[in-house]
Ligand binder design. Sequence first.
Ligand SMILES: [Zn+2]
Length: 312
Amino acid sequence: MNVPFAFIATAGALGWVWPTWMIRHQHRIDPRLAMAAWPAAQVLFALVSVGAAVTLLVPGHATTFVSSLVGRCLNSLAHTTPAAGENVAGAAGSVALLVVFSCVFVRILRRRNAQRDRREQLSDTIFLTGFQLPGFPDVWWLDDDRPVAFCLAGPRTRIGASTGLFGFLNDNELDAVLSHERAHARMRHHTTIVWAEACGRTLSAIPLFRYGAQSVRGLSEQAADAAAASAHGPMTVASALIKLASAPRQATPPRGSLAAAQGNLGFRLNTLTRQGQRSHLSASLHIAAITTACVLAPAATVTMVLATLTCS
Ligand SMILES: [Zn+2]
């Protein structure tokens, strides 16, 4: 076993094993953390892939890096395959990674541009036809008796809502729905979805990216529900969602926006019920575990690459 092999094995576990485990267990985790875990795992996958390519390009290192405990550990992972073979594999891996990163970058750029054009058109329409009401400084209201609330992407995120909400929801439920939309804006869900979908299209052969694109969109609704439930209570949010879903006439939210009534309603209601039952200790343990993993795993990857490059 050597350092590049350790990186490749980690990438394999992250890319093919972790998604299956995560999909099976993410309903037990706070959706805000689960949503953060997918892009964090994807970034880590990219880091260890780069780590594998870089360490393959510098064979022979890490064999004498024995000046510290880390060095002694790394020494046991020293390269054992012929240097020329590792160089070729490292060069091929580097080119492949460069191509993949370029494709992802171009896709993200295209989707962000399309999102920006759509947002500007919609914002113009909302400014022309919408109006503001006292007590809701960040919401543009549309005169329509069909209940709908949505959040448009962008640096200055716009929240739109129809006056039909007043006829369907009580004051607490209305505040919960608007909190849901503000959570989309605050947590930059549009940006995370663009990232996940661009990566998912480019790397659809890898489960981490294929399932990530599907999971992140669904989790964004659950995460916004969880944020609204923290302020207004899970039952208030659940009641608002049921009323919106049972409205006799439904309005279609603007394309590209995130709306309060999107996603699998049954799944969202189950998540809200679990949020009401989840203890503070359990939530704190989840936060501690995922935060630790998000900090330690990239730090360990960078440390191993640097140690391999700087040893003599
Ligand atoms: Zn939503």
